[in-house]
Structures are given as C-alpha cells and as structure tokens.
Design a protein around this ligand. Structure first.
Ligand code: FAD
Length: 459
C-alpha cells in the first residue's frame, strides 16, 4: 500500500475519524513548510490522532506496509526535522494535549506530547511551579517536540535541557507497541533509561505521546539587566564572573552588534545602553527572596569592564529588555530566509570564534551577512546567515562554519538537533564507530525504517 493510496486514507480515517485525515493540498501544505520557510516538503496525508491508542494503531498500520512517517509537534524546529522532505506521511501530535493535574507531592506533572509549552507553563504556574525549560517559541512548540529535540532555551544553566526535566515517558514504538513508564520515581535503576534515549532522538526511534516532567519552584522575585561591553572579550569575562558569583543566576544571554542593530530597528526601540557597543549580555536573576542586592554587588565587581547597564525590576520593564533578545529570530525571518547554525564552543575559545566567524562566512559567500546571538551561559551561539538581498546564502557557508566549529572542538548542534539540515555533517562531531552504533540502535527499534528515516542519520 503506497502512502498516497485512497485505501490508506480510508484505513486511517477508520482509526482517527474522517476530519483528522487530510489529503487535499490546501490542507496539507501548512504542515510541509517549516517556520523559516527554508524547508519545503510535501506529504500525501496528514494524520491527527486524538489519543495514544489511535497513535499506536496508526503507527502499526504504517509499519505493516513499511510506509515512512514524520512526527510533528508545533513545527517550530529550525533544522528541517519536522518537515516531510521525501513524501512521508505526516503524523501531527498536536491533539495529544491533555495536561493532567499537578502532582504537588512529587513536584511532577504528566502531560500530553501535543500540549504547548505555554499551556503547560500556565497550568503549573497556577500552582506556583515552573517548567525547567523555557524558550521564545513557547506559544507553539510542544512538549513532545521539545523532548524529541532535547530543547535547551534560556534556563539551561540553572535546570539543564529537556532531558534533565524528564522522569518518564509514554511512547509508541515502530511496531505500534506502547511503552509506558510514568510512575515518576526519582530513583529507579531498573535497566535502560528510555526517556534519555528518546530525548534528542528527533522522531527517529519512537513517537512520544506523554511525558512525566519534574517541576521547578516558581521564583517570583526577578531582576533583569542589559549590560553593554566594548568587546566580546569583556562580555565573556563577565559571563564567567557572574556564573561564579551569582547563585540566583537564571539566564545569561548574549547579543552581538549586527543582531542588536537589526532587532532594535525591528522592534522600533533604540538600544538603551552602549548603542555603539560590540556585545551585550542580557542577565536575569531569580529567587524566592529579592535577589537585587546580590546582583548589584556582582555587577559592581565587574565595574572595570562594564560600559553601561540598564536594570529592570517590574515585569513590564523586564519584558522590554527581553524583547531585544527574543525578537531577534523574528527580525531575521522578516528580512529573509536564513541558514541557522546553532553551535556550542568551549568558553576558552568563544571570543576567538565570535571575532573570526564573520570573516569565515564572508570568505564562503562575500554577499552574505551574519547575525550572532545566543545562550552565552552555555557557550551556545546562534550563527544566522543571510545571502544576497535576504536570500539563502551559498551552501558553502554551512560547511565552512561547521568545519570551523569542529576544528575548535565545538558541537555543530547545541540545542536544535541535526534534523535533515545537518545530517551530512554529523561525522564532524561523531566518529564512524559512534554513528555505526547509532544505526544499530535505530535498526533494533525500527527494523522497517519507518520512523522519520530521512532525519539525523545519512543514508
Ligand atoms: C522563535 C524561536 C525560538 C526558538 N528558541 C529555541 C531555544 O531557545 N532553544 C531550543 O532548543 N530551541 C529553540 N527553538 C527551536 C524549537 O522551538 C525547538 O526545537 C522545539 O523543541 C521544537 O518543538 P516542536 O513541538 O515545534 O517540534 P517540531 O518542530 O514539530 O519537531 C521537531 C522534531 O521533533 C520531532 N517530534 C515532534 N514531536 C514529536 C513527538 N511527539 N514524538 C517524537 N518526535 C517528535 C519531529 O519529527 C522533529 O524531528 C526556537 C524556535 C523558534 C521558532
């Protein structure tokens, strides 16, 4: 049975209901283009199961006929991983959005894979908790997609990435078997840890249907500062000092000059401090008690290198400072279709990288422009490159940047994953032996190779 056959659509409709199988181009197109517009695929069928049982029956049916599928959550992924690039069936998990009551005793929550981060945050905040991972795509990205990409975001330096939030999962394996381990036991050394394996598996091993997450205390007292520096060197130096001195450090983000000019014109607000600076840190501290004095002291200790600082205490002013960081991705999307390269570099080499990478890019494509920003507390830099007139840059840019990253001992994917965009570069970070074992795991869990076969691993 081929993916476009009317028999398949009929069999799928019998499982999920008529209105949840989409076959008309008008209806499927939105599922086949990514957030940036760079990755455009196509699918003969979009299936939208409403619960775990339906998901399992769909996967079992597709496996029976060896029909490949691409799981999709909020479609906010930035590496082409959520898009059916080879005509796969698109499995949308957004209807699996049940958020169960907060377990205030265990400080945990069981949540459906299709719930958005924002919905989940709102639910737990009513009980004075937070989800440990937060990111700007919160209104659309789903818990399942965040697990599948092991999403990072702005609080990794405090709580870790998505894998660290995960205690248990429910998942549909490639043959339709449902595996469920949601008891939420903090200590449980009974064999392989499936949640860890699925975190970062990008839909290639199983479909995540539910998750058991750790909850973090809601820290009501927050102070945010935008700090300007003359040089990247000074920004990196202060980032290290703040990590040493501030137990309440909650976020440590960086914006470099071209990204700052772009975002400030996009949001129509002048940079409040150091308009001619070369680097800015956006720093947030959060605590149960007022962290202002601790923060002030730490900033005074960095007086020798800070050019200027703007501090915000109330939610509205804090939000205004955050716009300089959170609106960069949108600002770039408005002027073109970037290649988004999301990398990590050890802090010892970060300054060299930031200073040299624009030249590396220019050498590969003289008409390109580079925008740098990221989660500096984790050594994570987003290198966004636009080509001439906002078009895509030359493909040579990608290999030039990623090879340079690898030569400095960095990772070619800090938090966005490999997807379809970077699979041909995996060898830069992983040995052939590692990749062989990746393939062995994939083959053992998905012998018919139906689970997102064009993602993560090259042919
Ligand atoms: C403005 C903006 C800001 C962002 N900021 C950050 C950031 O700070 N940190 C960060 O890490 N990312 C960031 N991202 C990227 C993106 O939001 C994350 O990768 C997010 O985790 C993707 O979730 P999603 O539900 O949209 O997944 P999708 O984009 O739908 O899918 C992503 C991958 O997960 C797989 N998948 C999705 N759902 C499931 C499931 N239930 N089971 C199995 N596999 C599944 C897909 O097949 C695909 O490979 C940002 C994106 C945007 C647009």
């Amino acid at each position: 049975m081929i993916a476009s056959s009317p028999e398949l659509a009929k069999a799928l409709r019998n499982i999920v209901g008529h209105e949840h199988v989409l076959t008309e181009n008008d209806l499927t197109t939105g599922y086949s283009v990514d957030w940036t517009g760079r990755f455009v695929g196509s699918t003969p069928i979009v299936v939208r199961p409403g619960n775990t049982e339906q998901t399992a029956s769909v996967v079992k049916l597709l496996n029976k006929y060896a029909i490949p599928l691409v799981p999709q959550g909020g479609n906010t992924g930035l590496v082409g991983g959520s898009i059916p690039m080879s005509g796969e069936v698109l499995l949308s998990l957004k209807r699996l959005n049940t958020v169960e009551p907060v377990d205030g005793l265990a400080l945990q929550l069981t949540v459906g894979a299709g719930a958005t981060l924002a919905e989940t945050q709102e639910h737990v905040r009513n009980h004075n908790f937070e989800i440990g991972v937060d990111l700007a795509a919160r209104d659309s990205c789903t818990i399942g997609g965040m697990i599948a990409t092991n999403a990072g975001g702005i609080n990794v330096l405090r709580y870790g990435a998505m894998r660290e939030q995960l205690i248990g999962v429910e998942a549909v394996m490639s043959d339709g078997t449902v595996i469920k381990h949601l008891e939420g036991l903090e200590k449980d050394n009974t064999g392989y840890h499936l949640p860890s394996l699925l975190a970062g598996s990008e839909g290639t091993l199983a479909v995540i249907t539910k998750a058991r997450l750790r909850l973090r205390p809601r820290l009501q007292e927050k102070v945010t500062a935008l700090i300007a520096f003359e040089s990247v060197h000074d920004a990196v130096e202060v980032a290290t000092r703040l990590r040493q001195q501030l137990p309440s450090l909650h976020a440590l983000e960086a914006i470099f000059s071209s990204a700052m000019s772009l975002v400030s014109s996009h949001i129509g607000t002048q940079v409040p401090i150091g308009p001619n600076g070369n680097a800015w840190l956006l720093v947030e501290v959060a605590s149960g008690t007022d962290p202002f004095e601790e923060f002030q002291q730490a900033l005074e200790n960095c007086d020798d290198v800070i050019v200027d600082v703007a501090v915000a205490i109330d939610d509205r002013s804090r939000g205004k400072l955050w716009r300089f960081r959170e609106q960069i991705t949108e600002a770039i999307a408005v002027i073109g279709t970037p290649h988004k390269l999301d990398i990590t570099i050890g802090l010892a080499r970060l300054e060299k990288f930031i200073n040299e990478i624009p030249e590396v890019v220019k050498h590969a494509d003289p008409n390109s422009s580079t925008y740098l920003f990221g989660h500096l507390g984790d050594g994570n830099v987003h290198v966004n490159v636009l080509g001439k007139d906002g078009g895509e840059p030359s493909n040579v840019v990608e290999s030039a940047v990623l090879s340079y990253v690898a030569s400095l001992g960095g990772s070619i994917s800090a938090e966005h994953g490999i997807g379809t965009a970077k699979k041909s570069y995996l060898h830069l970070n992983r040995t052939s032996d590692e990749i062989r074992f990746f393939r062995n795991i994939k083959k053992a869990l998905d012998p018919n190779n139906i689970m997102h076969p064009n993602c993560l691993l090259s042919d």
